[in-house]
Design a protein around this ligand. Structure first.
Ligand SMILES: Nc1ncnc2c1ncn2[C@@H]1O[C@H](COP(=O)(O)OP(=O)(O)OP(=O)(O)O)[C@@H](O)[C@H]1O
Length: 363
């Protein structure tokens, strides 16, 4: 798909109303996701698609703990949003036949919040701590001791009269999830017995996710229809499931409810998600870089003004995927489009790729 099919044709400055509203290709969960995701979550390791290494290693950790009749070691899962960290933590609990408590770093602002949770855990319970890197420092320090010795010191009183009352905890399994393992302080990282890094999914794996979800949602979809959606899902099961639901809507309203390649492509054209999974914001950034700045290099602020967006939106929302896809490079001199970017938007690059882009064009 090229720029002309999905974006403004002659408009030099693509105008975006509110590109972050209901962004279909955002990997974070929205309200609708939360409701449907519960139904679509795989319930055991066999049902969990892809992530072969993490699955195999985790399988060993859990089987060995079960054989010893012990509580499983603490597990750290790192990886981008929507890749299945919450799902995997629920599977860990199910495989260990243990209850699970779910909370998140930002929800634990005081050490007392954490003490309250830890002291109410049952023996063997799984505590899932999402965004563990966003926990407050005092809570983090309390967690060190809880993870290692199954004990916390609860501070009673203030100032010189404060006393620490030790509190024994039942053995539990902490499953920490983070998008940025590098942000965790080493003392915390070291206390996890197993660390699994979740990778983006291949198109074939996403096809399997889509077929599985379609079965659960009672939607008929053929192989090429699923491939069409998988190719636009940015390596992320959450996005694949969300696109599937939007394509299902289209198929119900505009056709007989079945999804094939044409229906999937037509539906995603309506939702402005192109063949590589770029949406309106991504294409606006790339379009401006190519059309207004000849492919760069151009500074981030200038690029942001050109698309009528905040710097942070361009840098944090649009660019990571464009960089990952090899469409845009961040260089010391500014943002530069790659040859693939020109090809993707159906535009012809200037001879030798323009100034500052020689390296990228192999010249
Ligand atoms: N390996 C998988 N196989 C099948 N479905 C999956 C898989 N991984 C994730 N999903 C589906 O994707 C959706 C999002 O997964 P999940 O909530 O576990 O992601 P997450 O990594 O915890 O995201 P976040 O970090 O944003 O909370 C769920 O509906 C889940 O069913």
């Amino acid at each position: 798909m090229n720029w002309d099919e999905t974006g403004p044709d002659t408009d030099e400055r693509p105008h975006l109303d509110d590109p972050l509203d209901d962004r279909l290709v955002d990997a974070g969960a929205d309200g609708e996701d939360t409701a449907v995701e519960a139904a679509l979550r795989p319930k055991d390791l066999d049902e969990f698609v892809g992530q072969e290494k993490v699955r195999e290693q985790l399988d060993l950790v859990l089987k060995a703990a079960r054989a010893r009749g012990a509580t499983a070691d603490h597990v750290l899962l790192s990886g981008a949003p929507g890749l299945g960290k919450t799902t995997l933590s629920m599977i860990i609990a199910a495989e260990m036949n243990a209850p699970i408590r779910i909370t998140s770093g930002p929800a634990i602002q005081h050490a007392g919040d954490l003490a309250a949770i830890l002291s109410s855990l049952q023996e063997g319970e799984v505590l899932f701590l999402d965004e563990i890197h966003r926990m407050s420092r005092p809570a983090e320090e309390m967690l060190y001791m809880a993870m290692e010795d199954f004990r916390v010191d609860v501070i009673v009183g203030k100032g010189p009269g404060a006393t620490a009352i030790p509190l024994e905890l039942p053995p539990f399994t902490l499953v920490g999830a983070t998008t940025r393992a590098g942000l965790l302080p080493p003392p915390l990282r070291d206390r996890f017995g197993f660390t699994g890094h979740m990778e983006f999914y291949s198109p074939v794996e996403l096809e399997r996710v889509i077929h599985r979800s379609a079965r659960l949602l009672d939607v008929e979809i053929d192989v090429v229809g699923a491939a069409e959606i998988a190719g636009r899902s940015r390596g992320t099961p959450r996005i694949a499931n969300r696109l599937l639901r939007r394509v299902r809507d289209y198929a119900q309203v505009k056709a007989d409810g079945r999804i094939d390649r044409d229906i999937a492509a037509a539906a995603l054209r309506v939702y402005e998600v192109d063949a590589r999974g770029l949406d309106r914001l991504d294409r606006a950034v790339l379009g401006a870089l190519l059309k207004l700045f000849g492919g760069g290099p151009v500074g981030l602020s200038t690029l942001a003004v050109a698309v009528g967006e905040e710097r942070e939106t361009v840098e944090e929302v649009a660019e990571p995927f464009l960089v990952r896809e090899g469409l845009l490079a961040r260089t010391p001199r500014g943002r530069v489009a790659t040859p693939a970017a020109w090809a993707h938007l159906g535009l012809v690059p200037p001879p030798h790729g323009g100034k500052g882009q020689q390296g990228l064009f192999g010249a």
